[in-house]
Design a protein around this ligand. Structure first.
Ligand SMILES: [Zn+2]
Length: 120
């Protein structure tokens, strides 16, 4: 991957990270809006599911933020775009779709098959 491509992905990741950090403070507000579209039979159930939903989203955001930071570090140390498993180029097409990935499509499919085989 050349310097221009690295800079392109650095910007992409940095923008995404900024978005996530800005949104972190608004999550609760969004949850209230979302729950209007999925009304629950009782208020109590609604509050419970909102809370679970929010926790799940926060957990996912936290993991994504961590992945983005790792990807930015990989850009800095020169390992970005290289598969962690086999050392091959991941490919810019796949990185555009999923800039935080650390595995090429072959290794990712293999990992998913193994996870399925383990029941997870
Ligand atoms: Zn690979």
């Amino acid at each position: 991957m050349d310097q221009a491509q690295l800079e392109y992905f650095r910007k992409l990741l940095q923008d995404k990270l900024d978005d996530l950090l800005n949104e972190a403070g608004r999550t609760l507000e969004d949850m209230t809006e979302l729950s209007d579209h999925f009304p629950d039979p009782t208020d109590r159930a609604s509050i419970e599911s909102d809370r679970n939903f929010e926790l799940r989203i926060r957990d996912r955001e936290r993991k994504l933020i961590k992945k983005i930071k790792t990807a930015l570090e990989r850009i800095d140390d020169g390992s970005y775009g290289i598969c962690e498993e086999c050392g091959e180029d991941i490919g810019t097409k796949r990185l555009e779709a999923r800039p935080v990935t650390t595995l090429c499509i072959e290794c990712k499919s293999k990992q998913e098959r193994e996870e399925k085989a383990r029941g997870g």
